[in-house]
Design a protein around this ligand. Structure first.
Ligand SMILES: Nc1ncnc2c1ncn2[C@@H]1O[C@H](COP(=O)(O)OP(=O)(O)OP(=O)(O)O)[C@@H](O)[C@H]1O
Length: 368
């Protein structure tokens, strides 16, 4: 059985050492007249407002470059208007990018022929939208099977697959209902089942839970985490909600005015914000819920015991409080091979808690 300290250790994304599933390189999207006059010219160096004032064009996405690894949940987060939706739509070419490449397993989606693009969308990347986009007059099972129908999958096979997906998202028994008979949360589960039915390598989520009540939203986040643990899909997930991003993302890209502000694990962003913008974004996050034991690990001090309980490096700080409270020896922080990376004592955790409280109260953590 897992110890409490192990149970919420952040899982490593499945293939962080493998070839990227998705590679976006230098992607730009400029809207409006004169859209062609920005990329590759002096205007490309100017901020959004200046470009708009000089040309009337809007730089929605600015020179975005990143990779997404197989099995990873990659969150794109930012304020309204920062370019998240445009970026993800450019990745599937629901919007044509102004320039840049988007490789899916090495194949350039940004330049492939329309027919190939349709194939890719049907079989290799599925989208889940905020407004579920279900066909109102068709039964749930037909909605889930729809993509397979378009693909020409034989009837018996597509219904068997659709039933299995409906069961997987917890909606067994609702196959014959129409979308209007289901709650918003249930409709979004149908959207998930429909996206999964094609067994795509990549799932793209465009603010899928923004319209849901907070409790239902939390259920759906748990559902995504569970599906990710079971299915290991590569997922790109857009949200403007930081807590959702921190909960779901193996890595998070923070966008600002169309450009990348920082990309990193939740721990990177909260522990080492790249600039004041990101720092301000994450300032209210309790670091004990995001930082892991490895971030606090330090060498043993001469006078302290080195035979304390063992915790894994990826365990969040909040989960090492119980083992620390059970004894006086500092915890031994170990890597996946069991090698000791360092030690964490009560005072190390208390210091972090005190810093969090001081930040929340906006006063210096004096004396700690
Ligand atoms: N079709 C369009 N024509 C002109 N400008 C657009 C178009 N679509 C988006 N924009 C502009 O591009 C910028 C980025 O918009 P986008 O919708 O991608 O942001 P977002 O981060 O997804 O915002 P939200 O969270 O509100 O959906 C904004 O300034 C927006 O006004």
């Amino acid at each position: 059985m897992n110890s409490p300290a192990e149970s919420t250790a952040r899982p490593q994304s499945a293939g962080s050492g493998a070839e990227p599933r998705i590679s976006v390189r230098n992607m730009w999207k400029v809207f409006g007249k004169n859209a062609g006059s920005v990329v590759g010219t002096d205007l490309a160096e100017q901020d959004r407002e200046t470009v708009r004032a000089r040309t009337g064009a809007t730089v929605a996405v600015r020179d975005m470059t990143f990779d997404v690894h197989p099995g990873e949940t990659f969150v794109v987060m930012g304020l309204s208007g920062s370019g998240k939706s445009t970026l993800v739509r450019c990745m599937t070419r629901l919007i044509e990018p102004t320039s840049g490449t988007m490789l899916l397993d090495g194949e350039d989606v940004a330049t492939c022929a329309p027919r190939r693009l349709r194939e890719l969308r049907r079989s290799r990347m599925s989208m889940v939208f905020q407004h579920f986009g279900l066909l109102p007059h068709r039964r749930i099972i037909d909605n889930v099977a729809y993509g397979l129908e378009v693909r020409g999958t034989p009837r018996a096979e597509r219904y068997a697959r659709a039933r299995a997906m409906i069961e997987m998202v917890g909606l067994a028994g609702n196959e014959e209902s129409r979308p209007g008979q289901l709650s918003g949360g249930m409709q979004q589960r149908v959207g998930l089942a429909r996206a999964l039915a094609a067994d795509p390598e990549v799932l793209l989520f465009d603010e899928p839970f923004s319209a849901l009540d907070p409790l239902i939203r939390r259920d759906m986040q748990e559902e995504v985490l569970r599906l990710q643990r079971e299915l290991h899909k590569t997922a790109v997930f857009i949200t403007h909600d930081l807590s959702e991003a921190l909960k779901l993302g193996d890595r998070i890209a923070i966008m600002r005015n169309g450009a990348l502000a920082q990309i990193g694990t939740p721990e990177d962003l909260v522990g080492n914000p790249a600039d004041d913008y990101v720092r301000d974004f994450v300032k209210d996050v309790s670091r004990t819920t995001v930082l892991t034991a490895s971030s606090l690990a330090r060498p043993a001090r001469g006078d302290e015991p080195t035979d304390g309980p063992v915790v894994r490096a990826g365990t969040v700080v909040g989960d090492i409080v119980a083992p620390l409270a059970g004894g006086t020896a500092p915890l031994r922080v170990v890597d996946p091979d069991g090698a000791v990376l360092g030690y964490v004592g009560r005072e190390d955790v208390l210091r972090l808690v005190a810093e969090d409280s001081a930040r929340a109260a906006d006063t210096p953590a004096a004396g700690v």
